[in-house]
Design a protein around this ligand. Structure first.
Ligand SMILES: Nc1ncnc2c1ncn2[C@@H]1O[C@H](COP(=O)(O)OP(=O)(O)OP(=O)(O)O)[C@@H](O)[C@H]1O
Length: 336
């Protein structure tokens, strides 16, 4: 079996609101192998970004517990200087908004060079310039010389995201964390960027954590999928299992709420209610139960655990056993 690249165990990240800490990431355990894409999905507010930022140690004012094992280090116990050395070298990041990730006052070529200087200080100036062109070529930029001397505002959103990706991979990271990397881009560019991330995975063998709320992106890209709700992973499985045999009511609801060519729009499912705010998130019992009120309380566990249904396929809470969609009572009754 291939060794894990990243092993997260019982990670809990809490933010202080007024006088109390509230966990936005709650006892999350997850691993990523080299050359594996693990997608994290869930609605807005389910804790996906908080998880990504926790791995990177970018939540300065949050309280973080649990362990994040990477390359022999526990990232959760490293100081800012040690983390800085790993970030950008062994761990690359791609965020949703490329404009805010780039410095508006520097040419993009200089920004790529900066990433190289920081982590490969012995590289000669000539070699660095050559590397910048090579990186721009590898992210599909056609006139790398011209683009290298451009400022971020002179480039389109898709081009800027390519620049961010070239910075993220400049030092050939072993782990790449991509948080909604294509959300801000139009559909054609989105596909190109996804192709690019896939190609990078193959070229440098990096493990990738891909955060998205777009199940279509997940289907295209992921090897494994973790579904998050209320700061917890509620289901995790390989992509084939998750799409063909989803079990948790939340996963099933998410999958049912996406349009597909063979589902008329009128049949689209809408999940009742919204993800509660961090302060008002129920911490006792199944966190999703308020959004499926037609499922009896007795179906839920008091303290929902992860159940392994088949190797690598875990589901939280027992409510999956009795779940049905409104309007499908007959099927449910017939099946029982
Ligand atoms: N710095 C913070 N201080 C207080 N609460 C926060 C902070 N960052 C995130 N939260 C809260 O933590 C919860 C999880 O937020 P997070 O951004 O991780 O969700 P998400 O799933 O990534 O959503 P989105 O898809 O919109 O980015 C939300 O309730 C959010 O309001």
């Amino acid at each position: 079996m291939q060794n894990e690249l990243l092993t997260i165990q019982h990670l809990t990240t809490s933010f202080k609101i007024e006088d109390h800490y509230y966990a936005a990431v709650d006892e999350v355990s997850l691993s990523v192998k080299p050359n594996e894409v693990v997608a994290i999905v869930g609605e807005s507010g389910s804790g996906k970004s908080a998880l990504a930022f926790s791995i990177m140690g970018l939540h300065a004012r949050a309280k973080s517990e649990g362990s994040i094992a990477f390359e022999g280090y526990n990232l959760n116990s490293l100081g800012p200087n040690e983390l800085n050395k790993l970030r950008g070298k062994h761990i690359g990041m791609i965020f949703q908004d490329p404009l805010s990730a780039l410095n508006p006052l520097m040419t993009v070529g200089d920004q790529i060079q900066e990433a190289l200087i920081l982590h490969q200080p012995n590289m000669s100036k000539k070699e660095r310039k050559r590397k910048v062109i090579e990186l721009l070529n590898s992210v599909g930029i056609l006139q790398p010389d011209v683009i290298a001397s451009s400022y971020p505002h002179e480039l389109s959103g898709g081009m800027r995201q390519r620049i961010v990706i070239s910075i993220a991979i400049a030092n050939e990271p072993k782990l790449l964390i991509a948080d909604e990397p294509t959300t801000a881009l139009d559909a054609t560019i989105q596909l190109q960027i996804l192709d690019l991330i896939r190609k990078l995975k193959d070229d440098i063998g990096a493990g990738i954590i891909l955060i998205t709320h777009d199940i279509g992106v997940v289907a295209e890209m992921a090897d494994r999928v973790a579904v998050m709700y209320g700061g917890q992973i509620v289901e995790i499985a390989d992509i084939h299992t998750l799409l063909s045999d989803p079990r948790h009511p939340y996963t099933r609801s998410l999958l049912r709420s996406i349009p597909s060519a063979d589902t008329p729009k009128t049949k689209l499912y809408s999940i009742q209610g919204v993800v509660p705010s961090l302060k008002h998130l129920p911490r006792q019992g199944c966190r999703f139960r308020f959004r499926i009120p037609w499922i009896g309380e007795s179906s839920h566990e008091e303290n929902p655990q992860m159940h392994e249904l088949s190797p690598g396929h875990f589901v939280r809470c027992t409510c999956y056993q009795n779940f049905w969609f409104p309007g499908e009572e007959d099927i449910q009754n017939g099946a029982s």
